[in-house]
Design a protein. Structure first.
Length: 99
């Protein structure tokens, strides 16, 4: 979706999901500086842009650490997994050190 889209061109869509999934998405949205809606749209777009997405017949419940960042090395992947297991408050504190 381009940034030039008007709100009238965007169809509202109700979505039901498990509380745990919503909490994880809200955490990731906060980390990424996005709204929950923008986080969901971004993740859907990424999954649709993957090669072979049209042939996919199953949904992956929880993507692997490298599915969004395939160019990261093993050390970066390990750091990412540690970071994702941290409470949100600690993640935000760590991120503030880099700003």
């Amino acid at each position: 979706m381009t940034n030039t889209k008007k709100m009238a061109d965007i169809a509202p869509f109700g979505l039901r999901m498990q509380t745990e999934i919503k909490a994880k998405l809200e955490r990731e949205a906060k980390i990424n500086g996005r709204s929950l809606n923008a986080e969901i749209v971004s993740r859907l777009q990424i999954s649709l842009d993957k090669p072979g997405a049209a042939q996919s017949r199953h949904v992956v419940a929880e993507p692997s650490a490298n599915s969004y960042l395939p160019e990261i090395n093993d050390i970066e992947r390990q750091l990412l997994m540690i970071f994702r297991r941290m409470p949100v408050e600690k993640q935000l504190a760590l991120l503030s050190l880099f700003n």
